[in-house]
Design a protein around this ligand. Structure first.
Ligand code: AMP
Length: 116
């Protein structure tokens, strides 16, 4: 059984966060340390630590993350200019919170994908 992270508390609304969207499968909220004018995290409500732990039964929730990304990008007014979706995995991927999350970043030109 994977260990819960702070994101489980956000899903259950046990700690404050700026939730933009929630349904039975996913939750989306603003990143506490935004790296762009729009920086939103979209996560499955089920605790899946990393992409390495994804199973076929998770496909509905993982697909929902993309439809929610589309919806939020439109609401944020960044759909036309463009944005970036990122899922970091394990240490080389820069993952800090071990509950899968999709970063939605936009609102300025983001430059090349890899800075270092
Ligand atoms: P990653 O490095 O891909 O694991 O990203 C984790 C992200 O979670 C970082 O961008 C953090 O700023 C963000 N984060 C950590 N704690 C919180 C929190 N309580 N509320 C919102 N975002 C958070």
């Amino acid at each position: 059984m994977a260990e819960e992270t702070i994101f489980s508390k956000i899903i259950r609304k046990e700690i404050p966060s700026d939730i933009l969207y929630q349904d039975e499968l996913v939750t989306a909220f603003r990143d506490i340390n935004p790296r762009a004018p729009s920086h939103i995290l979209i996560i499955p409500n089920k605790l899946i630590p990393t992409v390495n732990d994804v199973e076929e039964e998770d496909e509905l929730a993982l697909g929902r993350m993309f439809t929610v990304a589309r919806k939020i990008a439109k609401e944020e007014g960044i759909a036309e200019d463009g944005y970036r979706l990122i899922v970091n995995t394990n240490s080389y991927g820069g993952q800090e919170v071990y509950h899968i999350h999709m970063h939605l970043l936009g609102g300025r030109p983001l430059g090349p994908l890899l800075m270092s």
